[in-house]
Design a binder for this molecule. Structure first.
Ligand SMILES: C[S@@+](CC[C@H](N)C(=O)[O-])C[C@H]1O[C@@H](n2cnc3c(N)ncnc32)[C@H](O)[C@@H]1O
Length: 322
């Protein structure tokens, strides 16, 4: 960051097309400025109007929602600072370019931990709380809300880490007594999961997903988020094994596929293919097609939702909520 220059004075926009604003912000950032600041019509002027509606004194301003500015920041791989009022009609928006991707995205992590501890307790990943971000939380609640699990359901979480997904079951009425089985190759993350879910009905296994412990048994629900595309996981074989050996006749899966990357604490939309800077959804689309086809062949209905994690929900038998 030391090569970045200070930022130029804010430029004020009124009713110019968005493409000119984008061009300006890009140019400022390309010049090496540490941030780009612009003054734009207050998004609260013209609430309820579609983008581009004329608002303000004599219709001299164009309305854009705050969400649209957040999207611009994300699209430019920037952090948007909290808008500050400038005067009665304008707010100042500041865009700061995001730094490097989180270390856990790399093929070879810069962290010194062994591969199976890349996501362990104390890792950079462990600082993340995805369910404190509405872009992860709401689709997850929607996916679980599609299911009608029996009160004594058995739930298997593959790549369970410290158990964030499992904690969410307690937020649903009637699911306080489900029992959890978690599998992960990070012993330190599983130690945290055991401390969070000390009841004897839960169990956590340090194991490779390619060699699931045979005694796991059958489950009403399998969840796996951000794990199946991990390097070294033979996910097609794993899916077959789950369906053939670990699911009840009436059963469900909720599978999460990352459609985002973390950069300097911010989530940036779009699945990335290794060594490609621009997002490319082809790999995740290909994987999802395989999963959907296989699950349909085995009697499941599927739903696809999600935002930063794409969530494939599959339900067979009586587990679908009406
Ligand atoms: C990206 S993290 C996702 C954790 C959690 N499900 C979430 O979404 O926050 C991937 C998890 O899968 C585990 N994992 C990756 N490959 C594995 C393998 N071959 N066997 C067992 N666990 C694995 C990692 O240790 C890590 O906890």
């Amino acid at each position: 960051m030391s090569s970045l220059t200070s930022s130029p004075a804010p430029r004020r926009f009124h009713a110019e097309p968005l493409v000119l604003v984008v061009r300006h912000v890009r140019e400022v950032l390309a010049s090496g400025a540490s941030r780009a600041c612009i003054e734009v019509p207050d998004p609260d002027l013209g609430r309820g109007q579609y983008p581009g509606a004329r608002v303000g004194p004599e219709g001299a301003l164009v309305h854009r929602s705050f969400r649209a500015w957040c999207d611009l920041a994300e699209g430019l791989s920037c952090r948007l600072l909290t808008p500050r009022a400038v005067d009665a009609t304008h707010v100042a928006l500041t865009f700061e370019p995001l730094g490097a991707e989180a270390s856990w995205h790399g093929a070879t992590s810069s962290e010194s931990a062994p591969r199976h501890e890349r996501y362990g307790a104390g890792s950079a990943f462990s600082a993340l709380r995805k369910f404190e971000d509405a872009g992860f939380l709401l689709p997850w609640l929607e996916a679980l809300g599609r299911l009608r699990l029996p009160p004594d359901a058995r739930v298997l979480d593959l790549g369970v880490n410290r158990g964030d997904e499992l904690e969410t079951f307690a937020w649903f009425e009637g699911l306080q007594d489900v029992s959890f089985v978690g599998v992960d190759h990070s012993a330190s993350a599983l130690a945290e999961a055991r401390a969070r879910f000390p009841d004897a009905r839960h169990s956590f296994h340090v194991a490779d997903l390619n060699a699931l412990p045979p005694e796991l048994g059958r489950f009403d629900l399998v969840v796996s988020v951000g794990t199946l595309q991990s390097p070294g996981v033979e996910d097609h074989a794993l899916l077959r094994k789950l369906v053939q050996e670990h699911l009840q006749p009436a059963a469900a899966l909720v599978l999460g596929f990352p459609n985002s990357r973390f950069r300097e604490g911010e989530v940036v939309y779009g699945a990335r293919v290794r060594n490609l800077r621009e997002p490319d959804l082809s790999l995740v689309v290909k994987d999802l097609s395989f999963y959907r086809r296989y699950l349909h062949q085995h009697g499941f209905r599927t739903f696809l939702g999600g935002k930063y994690d794409l969530l494939l929900t599959a339900v067979r038998g009586a587990l679908a909520a009406e």
